[in-house]
Write a protein that binds this ligand. Sequence first.
Ligand SMILES: Nc1nc2c(ncn2[C@@H]2O[C@H](COP(=O)(O)OP(=O)(O)OP(=O)(O)O)[C@@H](O)[C@H]2O)c(=O)[nH]1
Length: 342
Amino acid sequence: MARTRIPVIVVAGFLGSGKTTLLNHLLRQSGGTRIGVIVNDFGSINIDAMAVAGQVDAMVSLDNGCLCCAVDPGELDTMVHKLSRPQSAIDVIVIEASGLADPRSIVKMLISSEEPGIRYGGFVEVVDAVEFDSTRSRHPEIDTQIDFADVVLVNKIDRVDADSRASVLRTLGTITPGTPLLPTEHGRIDPSFLFDEHARSTQPKVGEQLSLDDLCAHDEDDHEHLHTVYETVTFTSESPMDPRSLMHFLDHRPAGLYRLKGNVYFGLADHPEKFVLHTVGNYLRFHRRGWDSGETRTTSLVAIGAGLDTTDLTARLRDCVAPESSEHDEFSMLPILRFTDG
Ligand SMILES: Nc1nc2c(ncn2[C@@H]2O[C@H](COP(=O)(O)OP(=O)(O)OP(=O)(O)O)[C@@H](O)[C@H]2O)c(=O)[nH]1
């Protein structure tokens, strides 16, 4: 009997909008559905892959580049093939594009894919309700991306008031009339909205409205890929970070730094945990997590921004490493803890 093709769903959205949070939610709530993921980080440390590693059924990760440019259709087919082999028993594949990728290129590759085991299963755009207006004013071309989506998650709805929520929904309604708009908190949607349980034997819930003609109508040369204007700085340190210095850095983030994410190690007896740091625009949050067994206690950060002085940024982060001789005072973590969940 011929095998049913596995749906491949593309999750896209600007930097920090909540794609990994959505992916983690889908993985946690998947029921019996086995999800394979392709994660793509812009920096050379794959922070997103680390964030989902514990719960994913199968994963391929691509770092240091954007899936939309870094791979050709054949390479994407190879990645998808790895996940769609019968022995991996995957029901649905989710591609998390980097926050700077052009998902239309990825969708185009999927629609024209020669990989017999898969079929294109739809494109989900995650929008950050808080940053929506400022992202659009810096990158008006994002409207075209939103317009191509099969469903738009209006995420971080908990962080906006009723007026802003109505305004974002109204604007989205004009950008992409008729497309379902789902207000979400932490990406919490019912997974059955995107795929049925054991999706292999069923039709996808989103997608397949796009034809290759629709996608080809968008001329690659016509627009500047978002990532051509963004730089990445990767910072790692095995020596612990000094909480006060790091907080000072975070309070005075360099102009142009839009996204900072990764793990911070303070190495303090009363705070030995991993502090997962996220900044998105003005937003700043630490999530306290345990280290995985065998995981090296290090600080690994990826900073993404436009017009960054990368040398200065690296030097400033280096200055946040705790001096070997430093004395820890019991109050030094308080500023960090004010921004920490968990
Ligand atoms: N308050 C609030 N925070 C959220 C929500 N969704 C995500 N976040 C937080 O926003 C930050 C960024 O979320 P991610 O899921 O890492 O965003 P992303 O789109 O994967 O980021 P990139 O891959 O860097 O583009 C994290 O601190 C999340 O916990 C939400 O609905 N409400």
